[in-house]
Design a protein around this ligand. Structure first.
Ligand SMILES: NC(=O)c1ccc[n+]([C@@H]2O[C@H](COP(=O)([O-])OP(=O)(O)OC[C@H]3O[C@@H](n4cnc5c(N)ncnc54)[C@H](O)[C@@H]3O)[C@@H](O)[C@H]2O)c1
Length: 387
């Protein structure tokens, strides 16, 4: 076996190690990791199988560690047959894994709030994956829709609170179907929840070269939970004097992301706000088809879950058109989290070389399909040379 440092890609020179929060709790390195693969619905199985193919070649080529991947058929097909997206003991099952690789959930045959709560949120919330980390940058060879926005002008990490807030699931409906029907959707913000995500986001900012954090709330109109967010963040900021911090209201933040992307680095926001802002971020970086997510339990008591930002994409399912780059980048984030940073960087190096060569899918203006991009990334990995 070669040592982890033997294969060095030029991506290592980009100093991307540990910039997305991976260094916050350092894992124990192993020679084998157990990965739960949940491809899910729509294009999920297409991009996850492409990623597993790539990971198999990468681990064989590097010969440093192994990935023992177990596939789960948890998705809408299972729900329609059995009434459940997962077996009842699914959390115990998942706790036996080092990480989870997720595709997407959602199908035209089931309402979205049932599929989302039946699978994705049913994993993130009980496993305390409270930090949702969404790195965004313009990859070489791809173009931002913003005029004059070059790679390097947009290099952000969005940290999304992932356990409460607007997606706490509290509320209800009374007098259903009547004219006087009432529906409530309660946002729940706890001091503990805000403090822990703020501490995480400041640590991410501190580990990035520019050491800048912008936090986003709506504390002019929402005068309770959002004002508490502002107060807690100011308290946490005192423990990170080397991080420059500023505040934006969420509406003004959309303008700044479009007009002055260079002025941003690490961004912290609530569950809903960051969900919306990160789709905008993905589009500004070129396509939602390249954007990755990590749902982290920073305490490492539970496995973390890695997934592309995008959903099931019904309009392109089964056509071989899905961009697999978001899931490749997601897998790279997973390897970073496992502590295998050399492998993570080698994978991104291969992906960036393929993008730079113009082998990209339609969403990025190219002509390649999922398979061509996957084959090209595999070829680049096979060309990686020990130094
Ligand atoms: N994490 C998740 O599981 C997740 C996230 C978002 C949406 N969803 C679900 O997915 C379903 C569809 O949702 P939507 O249409 O709002 O969002 P979507 O992300 O599935 O699709 C939005 C648009 O982006 C395109 N797109 C998305 N991923 C792409 C890729 N890899 N390559 C090329 N093009 C890509 C699609 O073709 C579509 O035009 C819904 O059921 C929704 O609930 C699930």
């Amino acid at each position: 076996m070669s040592s982890a440092g033997d294969i060095v890609s030029s991506a290592a020179a980009n100093n991307r190690t540990a910039t997305n929060g991976h260094a916050i709790a350092v894992p124990t390195l192993k020679t084998s990791y157990k990965i739960a693969s949940i491809p899910g619905d729509g294009i999920g199985p297409e991009v996850v199988s492409a990623t597993i193919e790539v990971l198999k070649v990468l681990t064989k080529q590097l010969d440093v560690f192994e990935l023992e991947i177990t596939d789960f058929d948890w998705g809408t097909e299972r729900y329609l047959k059995t009434g459940r997206y997962t077996p009842e003991d699914y959390l115990e099952v998942l706790k036996g894994f080092d990480a989870i690789l997720f595709g997407s959930v959602g199908s035209p045959s089931v309402p979205d709030h049932i599929s989302l709560w039946g699978l994705r949120l049913a994993i993130c919330q009980p496993l305390q994956q409270y930090a949702n980390v969404r790195p965004t940058r313009i990859l070489p060879g791809t173009k931002s829709p913003l005029a004059n926005c070059q790679p390097g002008d947009l290099d952000w990490v969005i940290v999304r609170e992932n356990s409460e807030g607007e997606y706490a699931g509290q509320g209800g409906r009374s007098h259903v179907g009547c004219d006087h029907e009432v529906a409530t959707e309660l946002s729940i913000f706890t001091r503990t929840g805000v403090r822990r995500i703020a501490q995480f986001a400041f640590s991410v900012a501190q580990n990035r070269p520019r050491k800048m954090l912008t936090y986003v709330t709506k504390s002019n109109a929402q005068r309770n939970g959002m004002v508490m967010w502002d107060e807690v963040i100011k308290e946490v900021a005192e423990d990170f004097p080397d991080v420059a911090v500023d505040h934006m209201l969420v509406d003004a933040m959309t303008v700044r992301m479009v007009l002055n992307p260079r002025s941003l680095d690490t961004i912290l926001a609530t569950n809903l706000h960051a969900d919306i802002l990160s789709d905008l971020a993905a589009a500004l970086a070129g396509s939602i088809g390249i954007a990755p997510t990590a749902n982290l339990d920073p305490t490492r008591k539970n496995p973390s879950m890695f997934e592309p930002i995008h959903g099931s994409a019904f309009d392109i399912t089964g056509l071989g058109l899905a961009n697999p780059v978001a899931t490749f980048w997601t897998a790279s984030e997973m390897l970073h989290w496992l502590g295998e940073s050399e492998a993570a960087m080698s994978l991104m190096y291969a992906v960036e070389k393929v993008c730079a060569a113009g082998i990209v899918t339609k969403d990025l203006g190219g002509k390649a399909g999922t398979k061509e991009v996957t084959d090209a990334v595999i070829k680049e990995i096979l060309d990686l040379k020990p130094q």
